[in-house]
Design a protein around this ligand. Sequence first.
Ligand code: B12
Length: 215
Amino acid sequence: MTKEEIFETAQKAILEANASVVEETARRGLDEGIAPMELMNQGFIPGINKVGDLFGVGKLFLPELIQSAEVMQKATDIINAALPADQEKGMGKIVVGTVEGDIHDIGKTIVVSLLKATGFEVVDLGRDVPVDRFIEEAEKGGAHIIGSSALLTTTMEGQKKIEQELKKANLKDKYKTIVGGAPVTQRWADRIGADAFAEDAADGIRKAKELLGKG
Ligand code: B12
C-alpha cells in the first residue's frame, strides 16, 4: 500500500467505525515507517473530522458518532504508544485538561502524549475539569503553563473563566496559558487574553516552547 492508500484506509475505517481495520492500518502505517503524528494528522484525524461533519449535518447520528469515537480512541492509543519515549523533564511543567461540561478528550490526550515525548512534565487533569482545579493543580505543582481544551462552543466559556479567575487571584503573571480545541481560534485566544492558541498538537508544542522562551 502507498502512503496515500494507508491514509485513505485509515480515514474510511474511522468513518465506518471498523475497529479491526483501524488497528491493522495503524500498525501497518507505523511498520511502513510513517511518522506517528503524520499518520494521525493525515489519516485518522481527517476520518473523525468527516464523522463530525456528517453528524453536524444530520447524516450520521449519535450512536455512530460514539462508535467512531471509540475506534478513534484505539487509533490514538496505538499512535501514542509509538511516539518517542518520554524525554528528560527539562522543558517545563504544564497542567492540561478539557474544560468543565466537555467530555471530548481525544485531542487533549494526543497533545499530552506529544508534550511528554518532547520533555515537558505534564499533569493531565482529564476531562470535564472545573476551572478552579486547573488553577489549584498549577499552584500545587509549580506549573509554568495552564493548557485547556474545549470542543463545544458552549464550553469555550470555561477557557475564558480560567483567564478571569487567574486575574482575580492575581496569578495571571505567574502562569502562561494556552488554549486549543476544534472551535477555538487565535481570535478567541486574543479576546479572552490567553497567551497562546494551538491549531494542533505539534503547534501546541511549538507554542509551549515559545511561551517558556525555549522556542
Ligand atoms: C469524537 C467526538 C465526540 C465523542 C468524544 C469522545 C472523546 N473521548 O473525546 C463523543 C461521542 C463522546 C461526543 C459527544 C458529543 N459531541 Co462531539 N464530536 C466529536 C468529533 C467528531 C471529533 C472530536 C475529535 O476527537 N477530534 C479529533 C481531535 C484530534 O481533534 P481536536 O479535538 O480538535 O484536537 C486537536 C486540536 O484542536 C488541538 N487541541 C485540542 N485541545 C487542545 C488543548 C491544548 C492545550 C492544545 C495545545 C491543543 C489542543 O490539538 C489536537 C490534536 O491535533 C467532533 C467534530 C469535530 N470536528 O471536532 C464532534 C463535535 C465536537 N461534537 C459535537 C457535539 C454536539 C457533541 C454532543 C453534544 C452530542 C450529543 N448530542 O450528545 C456530545 C457532547 C458531550 C459533552 N458534554 O462533551 C459538535 C459540537 C458543536 C458545537 N457547536 O459545539 C461537534 C463539532 C460535531 C458537529 N459537527 O456537530 N463527541
